[in-house]
Design a protein around this ligand. Structure first.
Ligand code: FAD
Length: 319
């Protein structure tokens, strides 16, 4: 079936777009989501309007999906692996098990994955007392005994930012990867304790609260807060690339600042795969903007879309 719009990625940006598009009550909208993503990892977002005590990513996703479904938006659990243009100009997507989807318009909201080494005890603390984003959670470490777990220059850069919020900071270079002499000197001048050693375990005091960081030589570092910065994050812009959309040097999808339309027809991008601060409220805003412009496009091209739907014989012809 030819969908008016397929949203690939049911995280924050995709869900907000789905809610906005669903509320036009005019379109077949399908969200295809692999069920992972940054919003599944964060135990508590602290910087969102209306949630002063915070809300978890899973809770936001559950509520968002229910809200979108109540407007008629449908969901499929799948990972899209290929995207191509068909002979009629529609977009053909193929999922992991070979399932095919066809759309007239598409929103890419596939996000970014953080490189997080397997350190026992780390993941359950993410967002509640171990953070990833200084813009989101620098506030949470103000004056607190903080251990930054990272690697190389990525960790060193983060350490210097965090030193503006606390003077009780240790940077553990978990992979002992190279830190430039300039950054090392700045770390020394900022009074940050620097350790090159693998982390073997993170111990909590209570659910969600970090207490100790254990190193490979048995050293135990007490901690009130943690941060991570291992570098090497992956931007999920592969589908955009397959469709020929312009990407920035660091792999993010470029889009029009007003409409979030990418450089290819009828394909929009929103959330962390686009180029901007990687935050929930930004992802929501972009999802909404993209949906508003997808509606404009669908209205403007209604005649063509109706014709494609009436000619649709169920066979998808690729170029
Ligand atoms: C530990 C942690 C803490 C954070 N804390 C904060 C915070 O306090 N405040 C804040 O504002 N932000 C925070 N962030 C960032 C925030 O989570 C992201 O900015 C937000 O999730 C971006 O939304 P998104 O929709 O772009 O991506 P995501 O939420 O990552 O969603 C992307 C979705 O796309 C799906 N997907 C990817 N590829 C495919 C594919 N090929 N086919 C189908 N589905 C696919 C994934 O499964 C996922 O569901 C944090 C992030 C992390 C990891």
């Amino acid at each position: 079936m030819l969908q008016d719009c397929i949203i690939v990625g049911g995280g924050i940006a995709g869900l907000q777009a789905a809610i906005q598009l669903g509320r036009y009550s005019a379109y077949d909208v399908l969200v295809v989501d692999a069920g992972e993503g940054r919003s599944t990892l964060c135990r508590c977002y602290h910087n969102i309007l209306g949630w002063p005590e915070g809300i978890s990513g899973e809770e936001l996703r559950t509520r968002g999906r229910q809200q979108a479904e109540s407007t008629g938006v449908r969901f499929a659990r799948d990972r899209i692996v290929t995207a191509a243009r068909t002979a009629t100009g529609t977009i053909l997507l193929e999922g992991e098990a070979g399932r095919r989807y066809e759309a007239y318009t598409m929103l890419l909201a596939t996000g970014v994955s953080d490189r997080i080494p397997e350190i026992p005890g780390l993941v359950p603390l993410l967002g509640s007392s171990v953070y990833i984003c200084p813009d989101c959670d620098g506030y949470e470490i103000e004056g607190k005994l903080t251990v930054l777990m990272g690697a190389g220059d990525a960790g060193a850069g983060m350490a210097l930012l965090l030193a503006e919020r606390t003077n009780r900071l240790t940077y553990v270079n978990h992979e002992s990867s190279r830190v430039s002499p300039e950054l090392l000197e700045q770390i020394r001048l900022a009074g940050i304790t620097y350790i090159e050693r693998a982390i073997t375990e993170i111990r909590p005091a209570a659910e969600g609260q970090i207490e100790q960081v254990v190193l490979s030589d048995g050293t135990v570092l007490p901690a009130e807060r943690g941060f991570i910065a291992f570098g090497g994050n992956q931007v999920h812009s592969e589908l955009a690339g397959q469709l020929g959309a312009a990407l920035s040097d660091n792999g993010h999808v470029e889009s029009d600042s007003r409409s979030k339309l990418t450089s290819v027809d009828n394909v929009w991008a929103a959330g962390d795969i686009a180029l901007h601060a990687e935050q929930v409220t930004v992802a929501m805003g972009e999802g909404s903007i993209a949906a508003i412009w997808i509606n404009k496009a669908l209205r403007g091209q209604k005649e063509k879309l109706d014709q494609l739907k009436s000619n649709n014989d169920g066979i998808i012809r690729t170029t």
